[in-house]
Design a protein around this ligand. Structure first.
Ligand code: SAH
Length: 408
């Protein structure tokens, strides 16, 4: 009986504690479970309606954590407390494992790799990733998420080629930028935060040698590798250099297209990021940004625990902070020279990428197994990938796509 009360009580913990345990538990309680008075009552008269209601709830509740809770309540009301007590060690292990897997960042205050401008932590981390070769082995030439259509997801995202999904993403982003190479064939393109230049070269090949594509990054190692690959692939119209996107050496009005894919996350000043890209854009030119964004906190303030999760996602992978898709839209409009601003959230099309990233390491383990010095880092990254998966799934994060044109 005490167990029943304890578990019942869990359903009525403050919102923040419930969402910590699982956002689904709260929803289950709100949507499917009977009222507070009936749940807390364990007298035999109340047990039957409680059990019936819980059994009905169990079939409706989809989230595993919510189902576990509902099933636990059902079992308690059906089998009594002794069998529940016997299974407590298993349940305890499951709960601890669940907490660790799903919500540890709510407990850990900080990640390992905080953003540090003075130490160029971004450049340093990408230098290390490039040297380790592990990212390139699994992700190929592209350091961004993949695109999975609804059909891909229905068929099972693991059936899709992991690296192929990244090329699909670039094709979709090109379509979003109206970059078809015919009606819009920019002569000068800038790839801001180019990684090892996968997209820079892809666009350069697509546009042909009448166009020149420049890629900039903070990582010397990425520039070295990007040049090496351009040479191997005989791409002559792509060039790479180390340059800070917030202080570019290009003159005003230099490019017809400024492309920024998953670099904004690392920028310590998003306003300067947008303004600097707009500055180097020619009048009539196109700016397109893809960036991990957090929920609009002005419309829906973040709870303390959500803020902790965001802090973890920042400090683990050297991100100073995130902004919302709406913030990006405002920043573009606030420049006063941008028009036709358009935004979309591609979270649902990119979501499978997070877990797919982990699965490719499971299916092809030899590369990382042979490098024991990287095991801790890899394990940590696998964990972080799941943290991001959860955040994009429950709407704490969104995948921002921003399009704008500079007024003529
Ligand atoms: N756009 C690439 C890589 C994304 S990874 C791709 O699609 O594959 C993020 C990239 O942003 C890294 O290359 C990193 O060096 C770069 N970056 C982050 N902050 C930057 C800054 N201030 N200036 C230039 N590049 C930056």
């Amino acid at each position: 009986m005490k167990v029943t009360l304890l578990v019942s009580g869990l359903l009525f913990l403050p919102d923040s504690v419930q969402s910590f345990l699982s956002p689904g538990v709260h929803r289950a309680a709100a949507m499917n479970l009977p009222g507070k008075t009936r749940l807390t009552s364990t007298s035999s008269g109340a047990i039957q309606p409680l059990r019936r209601s819980l059994q009905a709830s169990s079939s409706v509740v989809k989230k595993p954590a919510s189902r576990l809770m509902v099933n636990l309540l059902t079992a308690t009301s059906t089998f009594g407390t002794s069998s529940i007590i016997k299974s407590l060690p298993i349940l305890g292990t499951l709960v601890v494992a669940g907490l660790l897997a799903a919500r540890l960042p709510g407990v850990i205050a900080r990640g390992w790799r905080s953003y540090n401008k003075e130490e160029n932590s971004v450049g340093r981390e990408y230098d290390a990733w490039t040297r380790e070769k592990i990212l390139e082995h699994y992700w190929g030439e592209h350091i961004h998420l993949g695109y999975y259509t609804e059909e891909d997801q229905k068929a099972g995202y693991l059936k899709k080629n992991f690296i192929g999904a990244k090329y699909d993403f670039i094709d979709r982003m090109m379509a979003f930028a109206k970059l078809d190479g015919q009606t819009f064939k920019p002569a000068k393109v800038l790839d801001v935060g180019c990684g090892i230049g996968g997209t820079t070269r892809y666009i350069a090949k697509k546009l042909g040698t009448t166009s020149q594509v420049s890629g900039i990054t903070l990582s010397q190692e990425q520039v070295r590798r990007a040049k090496e690959l351009a040479e191997e692939q005989d791409v002559t119209n792509a060039e790479f250099q180390v340059m800070d996107a917030l202080h570019m050496s290009y003159p005003d009005n230099s490019f017809d297209l400024v492309w920024a894919c998953e670099s904004g996350e690392h920028m310590p000043d998003k306003k300067a990021y947008v303004e600097e890209m707009v500055r180097v854009l020619k009048p009539g030119g196109t700016l397109v940004i893809a960036c991990w964004c957090q929920r609009d906190a002005k419309a829906f303030p973040l709870s303390r625990l959500e803020q902790k999760r965001v802090d973890f996602m920042c400090t683990e992978w050297s991100h100073p902070y995130f902004i919302s898709i709406q913030d990006f839209e405002r920043l573009a409009l606030d420049t006063g020279v941008m028009e036709n601003v358009r935004t979309e959230d591609w979270a649902k099309f990119t979501l499978p990428s997070w877990r797919h990233s982990v699965w490719v390491g499971v299916f092809d383990p030899f590369f990382w197994m042979l490098r024991p010095h990287l095991w801790v880092k890899i394990l940590r990254d696998a964990f972080t990938l799941n943290v991001f998966h959860n955040a994009f799934k429950d709407g704490l994060m969104g995948y921002g796509m921003i399009y704008a044109q500079k007024k003529k």
